[in-house]
Design a protein. Structure first.
Length: 289
């Protein structure tokens, strides 16, 4: 009975298998980026960029309808532009980068909703805002897999500078000129994975599968490499449970996945090795991390 509940949806229905593959790709690609966003204290910046993707995707929608290439290209271009503009504003004004991102993302979100509403229906708007993880086709899965592969290869190649910039950015700047290229490369990875998440979970929740697993993992381990692995496992677990809840309880899949990841974060917050109980009960509660 339990086996049927767990496996039957993925064995019997192709759309569930596609959703699972898409979520696995996001879990492998987006969560390492989320880990570095957490370590850099840029979690809200990721959320701001995710919302800022919307007008680019909306323009692509206006030009070509619900076209994967058009919406992807629009989202990537506008996402990168917003990240660079926010950084530029922070360097030439008194505003911090997070304040610049907050102002730009609010304008971008409103603009994107307005653009989609001008031409499309409420169904199209819901598609853009909340994604269609249960309707992923071959082209979308190929895109998600490609972005996950690019992310993993890039993180492997620049892993040491990424970690160093999180721990001691001043030292990285002092020993070479790699700080700026690494930061720009990281922003590109953020935008790429938010665009991938946008196709599955929509602009409003794309950042969920990026940040929530990383935040949960941070409450269990401290080593960066293990932090990435645990975050991936949390993302996969949350995706599977969320898809099963969506199937058996007739819930929207995207919110079910993000809420499941949120529940795993709450559990980690309570019983993780750096969680609330561990801090209340003292060293005897801690496991090796």
């Amino acid at each position: 009975m339990i086996a049927d509940w767990l496996f039957a949806p993925f064995v019997e229905f192709g759309f569930m298998r596609r959703a699972l593959v898409g979520c696995l790709a996001l879990s492998l690609g987006a969560t390492p980026v989320g880990v570095f966003l957490i370590l850099r204290r840029m979690s809200l910046a990721g959320d701001a960029i995710a919302h800022a993707i919307l007008p680019g995707a909306a323009i692509g929608y206006l030009v070509a309808g619900l076209s994967l290439p058009a919406m992807t290209a629009g989202g990537m271009l506008v996402g990168l532009a917003v990240a660079l503009i926010a950084g530029g504003i922070a360097r030439v004004t008194l505003l911090r980068e997070d304040a610049s991102l907050a102002t730009i993302y609010l304008i971008s979100l409103a603009s994107g909703v307005m653009i989609v509403s001008m031409r499309g229906s409420n169904v199209d708007l819901m598609h853009v805002l909340f994604g269609t993880v249960l309707a992923l086709d071959d082209a979308a899965l190929t895109l998600l897999a490609a972005i996950a592969s690019i992310t993993l290869v890039t993180v492997a190649l620049v892993y040491r500078p990424l970690v160093m910039e999180c721990c001691d950015p001043a030292f990285l700047k002092s020993v070479g000129r790699s700080s700026t290229p690494v930061h720009f490369m990281f922003l590109v990875l953020v935008v790429l994975n938010l665009v991938a998440g946008f196709h599955a979970l929509g602009t409003l929740m794309a950042v969920g599968i990026m940040i929530l697993p990383a935040a949960a993992a941070r409450l269990w381990v401290r080593d960066v490499s293990r932090l990435i692995l645990v975050a991936m496992l949390v993302a996969v677990l949350g995706s599977v449970i969320g898809l099963l809840m969506s199937f058996h309880a007739s819930l929207p899949a995207g919110p079910a996945i993000v809420l499941t990841l949120g529940a795993l974060y709450v559990v980690s917050l309570l019983v993780g090795t750096d969680g609330v109980l561990a801090r209340r009960l003292g060293p005897q509660w801690h496991w090796s991390s």
